[in-house]
Design a protein around this ligand. Structure first.
Ligand code: CYC
Length: 169
């Protein structure tokens, strides 16, 4: 599992090179954004349950067939599996946000998910929509808490959506 710093080290060490200007710029931007990342992670930690719940409510409002008979979140078991999955995505997104790297998502969440979702016929489109809703809610909560630099929020959520999107092909 890698973070912004260990990823750079890995790449530069593979080539036996010292950090060049490009690497130093990347490191600077990571450290400069560190306090905003931590503040956003704190907002997620404090509001995780309500973010997941509100995202579920909005998702099922937008795609009501999910909770109708035959829908993928129909039956209490599937409904709660769906909210649990959203909670996984949010928690791992918060790790990736602090790490400044999406490797933890690939390694712990996305690997093998294609096979699982396909074999259980879990719909990818609405899952991606659920992740996007969570991203917007995190941004709103972060703004409410007075955090002005929201630039690091997109990366982990967009990564999950892109990878899941590919899975559906
Ligand atoms: C199921 N989601 C699953 C399963 C896994 C995951 C492994 C199958 C096993 C189980 O039911 O627990 C996902 N597990 C994960 C992830 C990790 C993990 C990501 C990494 C930490 O360990 N249904 C919908 C929505 C969507 C949804 C669109 C939620 C946004 O309608 C999800 N996932 C969903 C559902 C199931 C599921 C309904 C149960 C499917 C079934 O058993 O029929």
């Amino acid at each position: 599992m890698r973070d912004a710093v260990t990823s750079l080290i890995k790449n530069y060490d593979l080539n036996g090179r010292y950090f060049d200007r490009d690497a130093m710029e990347q490191l600077k931007s990571y450290f400069n954004s560190a306090s905003a990342r931590l503040a956003i992670a704190a907002v997620i930690n404090a509001n995780a349950a309500s973010i997941v719940k509100a995202s579920g409510v909005q998702l099922f409002e937008e795609v009501p067939e999910l909770i109708r008979a035959g829908g993928n979140a129909y039956t209490t078991r599937r409904y709660s599996a769906c909210l649990r999955d959203l909670d996984y995505y949010l928690r791992y997104a918060s790790y990736a946000l602090v790490a400044g790297d999406t490797d933890v998502l690939d390694e712990r969440v996305l690997q093998g998910l294609r096979e699982t979702y396909n074999s259980l016929a879990v719909s990818i489109g609405p899952t991606v929509r659920g992740v996007a809703i969570m991203k917007d809610l995190v941004k709103a909560k972060a703004l409410e808490s007075g955090i002005s630099d929201l630039s690091s929020i997109d990366e982990p959520f967009d990564h999950i959506c892109a990878e899941l999107g590919e899975i559906s092909l």
